[in-house]
Design a protein around this ligand. Structure first.
Ligand code: ATP
Length: 293
């Protein structure tokens, strides 16, 4: 095998709670992670000269070790003393710095693909242990599907699949620093927390509507205060038939959940026309059942 083509899928958070700020500065979280069918395309091509190289369609993305996909290849090569190298062709569709874990998912796909291409024989768990060295979201991006992330995000438990639905994704043209959001959260003084366990229970019963009622993201308190456009998009989606609408991760991407394709399509077109968002996509949840890259 000299080449392999992969899809690196984005994630959204159906629930995001921050339980406390630890003494070491890390935040203890409780998040419901969900993979969606929005993906970057990655082609890995063997290099016999042992070098690692990367090209992307976005001129502002690093094409060196600062790119998470490059870092994943470098880490595997060093860990396993691989003689051969790899050229990574990365085509980004997932908006960058959006709360959709695009970079982490690219890294996960490279780990998965190189394991195959070089027949390293690593299990998913072993790949996840390597992945966490690149970023806290990388193990989840390897696992995919519906999962609960606890601790600092690295402790993962598979959850029953989220009921089928349509997902409207909108990223406004603002840049949000995850670091800034956590610094302004004051996690130990939060009075209101989303009912993550209740949400999971509704999801497990297949109750999409009540699941949506219980969705919550504690980071909205910081990001929306600074960027009201996020609230504008959330309200727009709800007024256009979404069962629920929320910010993903630390933002700024907003998603809306729909159970009716016609309603979702209309909301997609209206949102595009509104110019509230720079990127708008209509997609579905990715269910892990029997599917790999
Ligand atoms: P998260 O949801 O984990 O917070 P995110 O969606 O906010 O992630 P990413 O798109 O993963 O953010 O990118 C964040 C930063 O990482 C960007 O500033 C970008 O320059 C850098 N980066 C490095 N490699 C990549 C990559 N392969 N794709 C996107 N960004 C990358």
């Amino acid at each position: 095998m000299n080449e392999i083509q992969l899809r690196a899928l984005a994630k959204i958070n159906l629930g995001l709670d921050v339980l406390r700020r630890r003494e070491d500065g890390y935040h203890e979280v409780k998040m419901v992670m969900q993979t969606i069918r929005l993906f970057d395309k990655i082609r890995l091509i063997k290099r016999t000269d042992g070098e690692i190289s990367i090209e992307t369609n976005l001129p502002y993305l690093p094409n060196n070790e600062h790119n998470l996909a490059y870092r994943a290849a470098d880490l595997l090569k060093k860990n396993f003393e691989l003689k051969e190298g790899v050229h990574i062709r990365l085509f980004k569709y997932i908006p960058v710095a959006a709360g959709l874990a695009g970079g982490s998912s690219d890294a996960a796909a490279v780990l998965f693909g190189m394991n195959r291409m070089y027949q390293l024989g690593l299990t998913l768990e072993e790949l996840m242990q390597i992945g966490v060295k690149i970023g806290a979201d990388v193990p989840y991006c390897l696992m995919r599907g519906t999962a609960l992330a606890e601790g600092i995000g690295e402790r993962l438990t598979r959850l029953p699949a989220c009921p089928d639905c349509y997902v409207l994704i909108a990223k406004p043209s603002i840049n949000v620093s995850t670091k800034m959001v956590y610094e302004n959260l004051h996690a130990n003084e939060l009075k209101i927390h989303p009912d993550i366990d209740g949400m999971i229970a509704e999801m497990a019963k297949g109750n999409l509507e009540t699941m949506c009622d219980k969705m919550g993201n504690v980071l909205e308190t910081v990001t929306i205060t600074q960027y009201p456009i996020i609230d504008t998009i959330k309200n727009f989606m709800k007024e256009h038939g979404a069962l629920g609408s929320m910010m993903s991760g630390s933002g700024p991407t907003v998603f809306g959940i729909y159970n009716d394709l016609t309603v979702a399509k209309q909301a997609y077109f209206d949102l595009k026309m509104s110019h509230f968002a720079q990127n708008v996509y209509l997609t579905t949840m990715f269910n892990i059942k029997g599917r790999r890259y």
